[in-house]
Design a protein around this ligand. Structure first.
Ligand code: ADP
Ligand code: MG
Length: 666
């Protein structure tokens, strides 16, 4: 029996009373949530992360401790070096910014040369000894961690939220990634899942997940555009629906565009104002900048629903910055930012060979699409009213849950649904003259495979160098280098005679395998592409071990706290029971037995062994079953006589129903 998920429900006077505080209950009254192998869907966002699952045929977001569905993607290192995640980590951004990190998704699968822009805008603190080509390491207090390890902490928090919700372990997940993520970024996300103790069944493009959440498959046929403007990334995807099946026919976007850009613009304006009006330069004052960031974000969000907002920020040395911003001013300020979404949309139309008028549905995703000006722009660009029924922050996680359900065997509602994704960038190899020869074109449906044949340039050439590239540019030096390997030992032949078959295979997660085979000799070489900034398998294994070591200790501590809380509750309930009329109905022997078990529980509760405490709680629960029945009889009959549960013995200690978050349909 899973005690801590058991609930007692008694209806009295049309009110549902829910008591889940202790378990001196008969099993008749216990409504148990059976543990089942839940596969969760996770939106690992730049700004916010969420976990969802399929409850029957409805995807549902699982809230955290604080009741909020969004877990801010912020990680901090607490005073005793314990990781702190989400809302509670936010205050560290201001108080001890050197112990906190946000927007880590921007660094996933990237190298130092890729992130110069981010380093200007974000307070990332990199380890000093980083070499070009090395996996990044971020300083958090005295520790350094790689981006996948930091993301894993966020994933572990989501995993824990789900485990608490289900009362059972969660080990499998579907995680979403921006459609534009390249191979290295996808690998890094998978690594983060593994480090967090999650088997990542599938990486799904965020816009694809969103279209699933909207259940647009039920429309059977049509063209859907998904416009996703979040905190850090912009994605536009065009999906084709035929016979209820989704096919992503084009994706485009900007990995560097979103609400963060709006925030940074407002911060810059505030800092300039402050320098001009108050004569203080706060640009290097991290604490003040964070305080300004918090205030402008609040203002921005308010402006989505009200015509103007007053900024009032407390600054160092008792100074204040006050300014009123109207929605009109705000819209003018952000116009250049939101206009940057137009180009990628046009390119996506072009790639899909469609005109805007041919789009049947437009879906809005991402918190920044709450801005009325953004909605207006989308409406204008796509010549129609966009869908806004689902909460734009949650829609990706909800869709991930739908996908998880499909992979888990699915329900009737989803089992016929098939998902097709595309590869966001072309993949190919370098050929003579430093030219890129594309083998799989971007926007190809994945999983995909393609083969091309090559030959040698020099007589007797024994080795062929295969340089794997990603990107749209013609010259190899302008594309991203993914891997290099050699096909060796080709028997001597005249130039142009060998027939080298190069095969590219992209799996359903967008991860690439390349093989090369000389057909006349049968010589073969192959490689699973290790992205340039990826972690090796050994590194990931090491990180998994580290995190499990900690996880075990964390788990033990949590169990002990929970067991002790339960002891307290059950002993208090027993005290109450002793004072109730039901107590008098027990035999002397029964009372003696209970006293013995009570003593045993009190004794073991002083030790650190949570399993022993649980055993003693179980025993006392068993031993007090008849007392509970007698008390229930009294309670139910009082309720029937017109008293509410609150007025009866059992009523006290009643807690609110366990939150069962529903998808928000506005
Ligand atoms: P991500 O996918 O990048 O994690 P989200 O979809 O959670 O991002 O969107 C977060 C962004 O949305 C943030 O920049 C946040 O400030 C912005 N945002 C959230 N609500 C609103 C709102 N009501 N008006 C304007 N921006 C909003
Ligand atoms: Mg998002």
């Amino acid at each position: 029996m899973q005690r801590w998920r058991s609930e007692l429900k008694v209806r009295s006077q049309n009110e549902e009373v829910n008591a889940n505080h202790f378990c001196i209950l008969t099993s008749d009254f216990c409504i148990l949530t059976m543990s089942s192998d839940h596969i969760v869907g996770i939106d690992l966002g730049t700004t916010n992360s969420l976990v969802a699952f399929m409850q029957g045929e409805t995807p549902v977001v699982i809230p955290g401790d604080d009741g909020s569905n969004l877990v801010p993607s912020v990680v901090a290192l607490g005073e005793s070096s314990q990781p702190i995640i989400g809302n509670s980590a936010r205050r560290y951004l201001i108080e001890t910014p050197e112990r906190a990190v946000y927007s880590i998704k921007r660094l996933m699968g990237r190298g130092i040369e890729d992130i110069q822009e981010e380093l200007k805008l974000f307070p990332f603190r990199l380890a000093e000894d980083l070499q070009p080509g090395e996996v990044l390491r971020i300083k958090l207090g005295n520790h350094t961690s790689t981006p996948p390890e930091i993301s894993a902490l966020i994933l572990r928090q989501l995993k824990r939220n789900a485990e608490r919700y289900f009362g059972a372990p969660v080990t499998k997940a579907v995680i979403t990634v921006p459609a534009y993520f390249n191979d290295a970024q996808r690998q890094a996300t998978k690594d983060a899942g593994r480090i967090a103790g999650l088997e990542v069944l599938r990486l799904v493009n965020e816009p694809t997940a969103a279209s699933l959440a909207y259940g647009l498959d039920k429309k059977q046929n049509g063209i859907v555009a998904v416009y996703d403007l979040g905190g850090g990334t912009f994605d536009i995807s065009i999906l084709k629906l035929h016979d209820g099946i989704f096919e992503v026919i084009a994706t485009n976007g900007d990995t560097h565009l979103g609400g963060d850009d709006i925030d940074n613009l407002l911060i810059t304006i505030a800092l300039d104002d402050i320098r001009g009006d108050l004569g203080v330069d706060l640009r290097r004052n991290a604490e003040a900048v964070q305080a300004i960031r918090k205030a402008v974000i609040e203002a921005k969000i308010a402006l989505s629903s009200q015509p103007s907002v007053k900024l009032d920020i407390e600054l160092p040395q008792g100074k204040r910055y006050r300014r009123e911003i109207t929605r009109e001013q705000f819209e003018q300020l952000i116009q250049p930012i939101i206009d940057r979404t137009v180009g990628p949309c046009k390119q996506a139309f072009k790639d899909a060979n469609l005109k805007p008028e041919q789009i049947d549905e437009v879906v809005l995703v991402g918190g920044s699409t709450r801005i009325p000006k953004v909605r207006a722009l989308v409406k204008e660009m796509f010549c129609r009213e966009p869908h806004t029924d689902l909460n734009p922050d949650e829609v990706v996680a909800l869709g991930a849950a739908v996908q998880a359900n499909i992979l888990g065997g699915g329900s009737l509602a989803t089992e016929n649904m098939l998902l097709l994704d595309v590869t966001p960038l072309s993949l190919g190899i370098e050929v003579a003259g430093g030219v890129t020869d594309k083998i799989i074109l971007r926007n190809s449906t994945i999983p995909a495979s393609a083969t091309q044949f090559y030959t040698t340039q020099i007589d007797g050439q024994a080795n062929v160098a295969i340089h794997v590239l990603q990107g749209e540019r013609e010259l190899a030096k302008d594309c991203r280098s993914l891997a290099r390997f050699d096909l060796k030992g080709i028997p001597p032949m005249a130039a142009g005679i060998p027939r080298v078959e190069v095969k590219f295979l992209i799996d359903a997660n967008g991860i690439l395998n390349v093989s090369a085979r000389e057909q006349r000799s049968g010589k073969q070489a192959e490689i699973q592409v290790q992205p340039s900034y990826g972690l090796t398998d050994e590194q990931v294994e090491g990180m998994i071990l580290d995190s499990f070591d900690n996880a075990e200790e964390d788990f033990r501590k949590r169990q002990l706290i929970e067991a002790r809380n339960e002891t307290e509750t059950i002993l208090a309930a027993l005290e109450k029971g002793k004072k109730s009329p039901a107590w008098g109905q027990l035999t002397t022997d029964e009372k003696k037995q209970i006293a013995k078990m009570e003593k045993a529980l009190a004794a073991v509760n002083k030790e650190d062994d949570y399993q022993a405490i649980r055993k003693a709680i179980d025993a006392l629960n068993q031993g007090t079953t008849r007392l509970a029945e007698l008390m229930m009889d009294t309670a139910v009959s009082s309720a029937l006589k017109g008293k509410t549960m609150d007025e009866t013995d059992l009523g006290e200690g009643t807690t609110a129903p366990h939150p069962m978050a529903k998808a928000e349909f506005k």
